[in-house]
Write a protein that binds this ligand. Sequence first.
Ligand SMILES: Cc1ncc(COP(=O)(O)O)c(C=O)c1O
Length: 363
Amino acid sequence: MKFSIQENIKEIPYYPKAMMYGLDEGWVRLSSNENPFPPSPEVFSSILDTLFYMNRYPGGEFELKAAISEKYGVRPENVLLGDGSDELIEMVLKAMKYEGKNRVIISEPSFAFYRIASKIYGYDICKVPLVKMKVNLDTLKDAIDEQTRVIFLNNPLNPTGTIFEDEAFERFLKGMPSDILVVVDEAYAEFAESKKFPNSFKFINDFPVLILRTFSKAYGLAALRIGYGIGDESFIAFLERTKQPFSVNMLALVGAQAALKDEKHLKMVLDNNKKGKKFFYRALQELSVEFIPTESNFVLMKIGRKAEELSKKLFGERIVVRWMGAYNLPDYIRVTIGKMDENVQFIEALKRMFVKKRPDYND
Ligand SMILES: Cc1ncc(COP(=O)(O)O)c(C=O)c1O
């Protein structure tokens, strides 16, 4: 078949969306910043009860919005649900297209889907480089022009794990033109330990800001596909108009409600992450591997010019990490903090494969 296809679609790099490896045991999966633990047992029992209603269209949005709003001290009308936060990103782009104004600002590097979705919806993309591996909000502000409609921020940032702080964020929002939407994707917020991590929900009524969160990471529901947005009530109502009916499936709705209630399970996940982080830091220091201290559930490591080769060798041993070529950081790999035995397996393999003094790795 030979259709005419718009350039913006042709420009999107193609890669098969399915995982390159199966779900069988024996893989150490440290490439997608997933939770290494299955979700709370409460999630399983609520899902089992719901399976019998599979013949019905999904209900439960109201209850989940109520639970989220209670947790964060906002109103249910401030909450929007999506088929993963990926769907929320698309809803934003659908709703914000306005006459000639079609520019988005993204930090470079950052989570790839901002770029992909912006291309799909025909936006021009302005990429603002990081400063010392961090988002610099002042440089981002300088990039705003008459055509700008949306700024995608990500805090903590994928792939560096760095954050911008409360004060800098408030300064950034002050004076922001009211018809530019600032999206703050906080997919990894639960893992942030810094006291200076912004409490962004407090800004939703006074500034043009939408906060995105997900159940895919700290709550361990990546396969169910559910995320949420929190923002100004009237803007949320516009975003709702762009949403497919029933895009969030019923198992995700009840599973997320159960996951939200089980704070003990969440604490176990976060404690494991803290321990894993310390373990990685110590081991990497011993190996003289440069890394960026993280506020998230992954660590960005500088391997040198053979970083891609190293990630392939690890794959050969069924240890999957993310080589950062696609993020324009070809000397780096990003490694998710897993269960302790998985972290140990990765570090042991790294010790065998990577020796700093060897000239073929770090220059
Ligand atoms: C920064 C960031 N935002 C959003 C997502 C996607 O989240 P979801 O699974 O809710 O679509 C990811 C997934 O890796 C991510 O890294």
